[in-house]
Structures are given as C-alpha cells and as structure tokens.
Design a protein. Structure first.
Length: 385
C-alpha cells in the first residue's frame, strides 16, 4: 500500500507586505520551520479517510462514500467555475462533519477543497487512507502556516495520484508550478484575496522576488541569514488586516499610493543588495567589512519598511516595542505578514555574539513574547518515500 511523507516550510516576508497586493515587488524567504504530513493508505475494508491534525486537536473519520457523493455533486454542478458557490458547498460539507473552533473549520475546508479539486484534476481514485499532519509554525501569526498546510496537501494529493498511475519521479519545475497553483486556489478560501506570495515561497523555498500576476524569481545561493523570530502572541485575522489597508487606500489614494511605491522601491533596493552578495560570494573575494556594510544597508531598509507599514496602520503596540528593543541592541526589526500582531523578525548580523542573542532574547521573553532563533532560505516542499 502507498505511504510517503511530505513537508513544506513556512515563510517570512522580508520586504513588501501589503504593497504586493497592488503589483509591487515583495521579497520572501522560506523559514527553517516546517509543516509535516504523513500519508498511509489503509485496507479497503476501512472505508474511511482518517484525519489527525495534531496542532488543532482534530481527529476525524470521514466515510469514503460521503466524499465520493460530494465529488459527484462537484462535477454535476461544475462548481469549479464558481468559486463562491463551491465554497458554500464546502462549508456545508464541513459543517455536516463537525468541528469545535475556527481553526478546525478552516483546516477541514482546506483539506476537502483540495482533495475534491485535485482529485478531479488528477483523477485520483479515492481510497481509504490516514493522514497525520503537524506543524512547527504558529497558526495565524504571519508565518505562512496556512500556505505551508495547503502546499503539503497539494503535493500529497498530486503524489498520490502519480503513484496510483505508477508514475515514479522527483518533483520537477512543472510539478512545483502545479502544486503552487493548487495551494493558491486553496488560499482563496483561507484569505479571500491572497497575493500568491505565501504559496510560492512555501513551494519553491529559498528567497523569491515576487510581483502579483507578473513574476516569481527564485534567488538562489543567497547567504543564509540568521534571525530572531518573535511571536507577539497577539492573534489577528489576515483577511481583516488586508481589508483594513485596502479601505485606507480607497479613502486616501493620493497619500497611500506613494507609500506603496516607496515599499516597492525598498524591495528593489534590497534585491540589489542580495544579488550583490551572491556575486561577491561566488568570487570568494568578499571582505568582512563589505559584508557588514550590506547588513547595515538591509537593516536600514528594514527600519524604513516598518515605519511605512505603521503608516498603513498595520503595526501593533507589541510590534512597535519589539522593533524599539531591537534598535536598542543595534539591530533592525519589522513585522512579517499582515501585521496587527503575529510575528516580527530581527535580522542578526554575521558573527553576532551568542551572549548578545541571549540577552535580547531574555529581555523579549520577560516582556511576554516568544523568541525562536532560526534561519532563512532553506528548501521548499519535499516528498520522502
């Protein structure tokens, strides 16, 4: 029987939040924290799909017959061509299954949306199976947890279909493009009008340059960057924050449009610095003073970007305190994701002494935040047989 594992990274947006919704440049990096999925087909006599989502305390057994009946409804009503109508049907389907909270509700909606959507596209023979899923990412905190979740599921269902057809191959560029597309469709359920950046970075990994409906360029061989990831522990809705900034832009376009343009220019300047770093690293002639100068430039851009995001009313008092503490230590910090709470990241220059990292970490923890030392720019979605 078929069994395999899938994992996908989370993400941080380095530069370009909110402006990316309007065709501006954003830079995002994969995060060395991952969502992990284990898939195992079951004996035919089981006649169920078993779901175990550890982080959400969700254990559900769904009869195969109910899923197949819904797939028939999906095909007969051509729901794929009417997203709102499809989502209404998915919500009703999940309501009938049952859940205890909003996180469970959204995760079930995402799961069954992708199972039904991908099974139709890839002609999956729905069989009894058990799917265990857990994540190292905080949920609903701007780290791409939902996109990482969607990418894992998309890769899982695509791979399941391929193995049923006796197609054995590693993921190639076309596969990654397809996985990202499926995950993006799922993100519409979770976030309303996603930019596409989260599903892209969780699929491809590394660091990417992104412009909506324009380009996704992977920036390979970038020097790994250490960060402190700081959880404000303030919960918020990505969709609500995006709607708020959208309303502000509609009310004051002559004020907000130049801010969006400035954020775009910050992303482009940061991209130049990162590409310069690649060239100098490959030439193996990089002096330490040049490396530190590049970090100084990146930190200046981080501070400016955070100020502009605050002007868009997407920051939060907790985020402001974290950024101020980072500056007290000579570092730079900004929110990552939608803002309004969630996470901030603090860029750590090369050779930052461990005692300095420990000192600022203790200070932030004493203030009530959760701090994780991690790195940026790792691999994207992986499948392990």
């Amino acid at each position: 029987m078929i069994s395999f594992k899938v994992s996908a990274p989370g993400k941080v947006i380095l530069f370009g939040e909110h402006a990316v919704m309007y065709g501006k440049t954003a830079l995002a990096a994969s995060l060395d924290l991952r969502t992990n999925l284990k898939f195992q087909e079951l004996q035919e006599v089981e006649e169920i799909i078993k779901l175990n989502f550890d982080n959400m305390n969700l254990v559900v057994n769904v009869p195969i017959e109910r899923i197949q009946t819904y797939i028939s409804i999906y095909k007969s009503h051509q729901l794929e061509h009417n997203h709102d109508n499809l989502y209404d049907h998915i919500q009703q389907f999940v309501h009938n299954i049952g859940y205890n909270n909003s996180h469970q509700k959204l995760s079930l909606e995402a799961f069954f949306y992708l199972l039904i959507y991908v099974s139709n596209k890839e002609e999956i023979d729905i069989k009894p199976a058990e799917i265990n899923l857990n994540t190292e990412l905080s949920i609903g905190a701007g780290l791409g947890s939902s996109a990482s979740f969607a990418v894992c599921l998309s890769a899982c269902f695509l791979h399941w279909s391929r193995l049923q057809k006796k197609i054995y191959k590693t993921l190639d560029t076309n596969d990654l493009k397809l996985i990202s597309k499926y995950a993006f469709e799922c993100e519409k359920i979770l976030h309303g009008t996603p930019s596409g950046i989260d599903n892209s970075i969780c699929t491809y990994g590394s660091i990417i340059e992104f412009r909506k409906n324009d380009c996704i360029n992977s920036i390979l061989n970038v020097r790994k960057m250490k960060i402190l990831l700081v959880d404000t522990r303030v919960q918020r809705s990505t969709k609500t924050i995006i709607d708020k900034s959208t309303k502000l832009k509609c009310m004051y376009p002559t004020i907000i449009d130049p801010i969006m343009d400035s954020i775009d220019n910050i992303s482009k300047e940061a991209l130049k610095i990162l590409k310069q770093d690649i060239n100098q690293t490959q030439n193996d002639s990089k002096e330490k003073c040049e490396e530190y100068e590049e970090y100084n430039q990146l930190m200046m851009l981080i501070n400016i970007n955070q100020s502009l995001l605050a002007a868009l009313q997407t920051s939060h008092s907790s985020l402001d305190r974290i950024c101020a503490e980072a500056q007290n230590y000579g570092f730079a910090a900004k929110l990552t994701g939608a803002g309004g709470g969630g996470h901030a990241f603090i860029l750590l220059p090369p050779d930052t002494q461990p005692e300095i990292i420990s000192s600022i970490s203790r200070k932030l923890i004493a203030d009530g935040y959760c701090v994780t030392l991690t790195s940026l720019g790792g691999t994207g979605v992986l499948i392990d047989e």
